[in-house]
Design a protein around this ligand. Structure first.
Ligand SMILES: Nc1ncnc2c1ncn2[C@@H]1O[C@H](COP(=O)(O)OP(=O)(O)OP(=O)(O)O)[C@@H](O)[C@H]1O
Length: 336
């Protein structure tokens, strides 16, 4: 069955100060209902601008945004009913009352003010987001991660149809980030909410999103399911954004035993294996400890290759090794 669409944009453009290289250009986009869409792209590529346009916070210079096949009105007009169904979470918590308690903040997200219903709903929301113990704490005194949970609880308490998230986990430390990501995924899926997520962290997008949109210089350059985009990117840009990898020219690729006539070869770190072989011509020049794994930089004839190594501690800087490459990606000269 075809996915039902909830948001559609037709050729939307938003440039700042008439500068065509800023904002977004001519984007046509379909957002399926009940799915998580991730937006990825280098810094300044237009991700936040796109989110602002999808929320109605910004109005396109040209083109249209449709919500349920009707033109999305400007968010400036706060009385527009439609905006109750689209919640936008940013890191600045502008929608929160900094001096109010967690309970009061979450309660303010309710549209129905019936007292019995209110207590029940707020209690449930605090429990869903594991913040019941913070109920009488003042919002401004919370940690970054706690603030984020409270903000999400408030946004979701009235079950919006769409949740837009701009870098929602930036202030959350690594220990809690994965839990929060998975909680959002579980709750959003359970409630049938459509989520659109902008993040700089490819691992976050790959694990959370059902579909990914790759944006460059204000344009969508590639889109698809995260697994396929990662495994078989059509563009060099996508590979470099999503993977920890090495980009090689055809001449450098030859040093690695790869024959390619195309513009660039990209080798993902997990596709390179190091071992003590016969030739051992590669030198381990750096080791980055990453916790559960290491990344090694190996060098030979002025070519450096990044390697993911699960066997932590097995090698040290200065060791000579052999490498074998299981898989690589080739991109034409013009595959931007
Ligand atoms: N309000 C604004 N006024 C002027 N230029 C803007 C404004 N908002 C965005 N831009 C410009 O538009 C381009 C895209 O910005 P945007 O914030 O959408 O990118 P981004 O992909 O979200 O970047 P980042 O990942 O760094 O947050 C940038 O060149 C930025 O300088």
């Amino acid at each position: 069955m075809k996915d039902e669409l909830i948001i559609e944009t037709i050729n939307i453009t938003k440039n700042f100060f008439g500068n065509k290289s800023s904002g977004v250009n001519n984007i046509t986009l379909f957002i399926p209902r009940g799915k998580i869409t991730g937006i990825v792209g280098e810094s300044g590529s237009g991700k936040t601008t796109l989110l602002n346009l999808l929320s109605g916070k910004m109005v396109p210079d040209s083109g249209d945004v449709f919500f349920h096949q009707e033109l999305l009105p400007d968010r400036e007009n706060a009385r527009q009913e439609v905006h109750r169904h689209i919640k936008f979470l940013t890191q600045d918590h502008y929608e929160m009352d900094l001096n109010a308690t967690v309970w009061e903040n979450v309660k303010a997200g309710l549209s129905d003010k019936d007292l019995h219903y209110e207590t029940k709903k707020v209690t449930e929301a605090l429990s869903s987001w594991s913040i019941q113990h913070l109920h009488d704490q003042i919002f401004s005194k919370l940690s970054g991660g706690e603030k984020q949970r409270v903000t999400i609880a408030k946004a979701l308490i009235s079950t919006p149809e769409v949740l837009l998230l701009d870098e929602p986990f930036n202030q959350v430390d690594a220990r809690f980030r994965e839990g929060l990501q998975q909680d959002i995924r579980t709750i959003v899926t359970k409630m049938g909410i459509t989520a659109i997520l902008v993040s700089h962290d490819p691992a976050e997008l790959l694990s959370m999103a059902d579909q990914l949109i790759v944006i460059k210089e204000g344009e969508i350059v590639e889109s698809g399911n995260p697994f396929e985009l990662y495994e078989e990117p059509k563009l060099l840009y996508t590979a470099l954004i999503l993977a920890s990898c090495t980009q090689l020219s055809p001449a450098q690729a030859r040093v690695c035993g790869i024959t390619s006539r195309r513009g660039s070869v990209v080798v993902y770190a997990e596709d390179v294996k190091v071992s003590k072989g016969i030739a051992n011509s590669w030198l381990i020049s750096r080791i980055f400890f990453k916790g559960i794994y290491e990344e090694l930089i190996v060098e030979y004839k002025q070519v450096s290759v990044r390697v993911l190594n699960m066997a932590k501690g097995k090698y040290k800087v200065g060791d000579k090794v052999s490498i074998s490459i299981r898989k690589y990606h080739e991109f034409g000269k013009w595959a931007r």
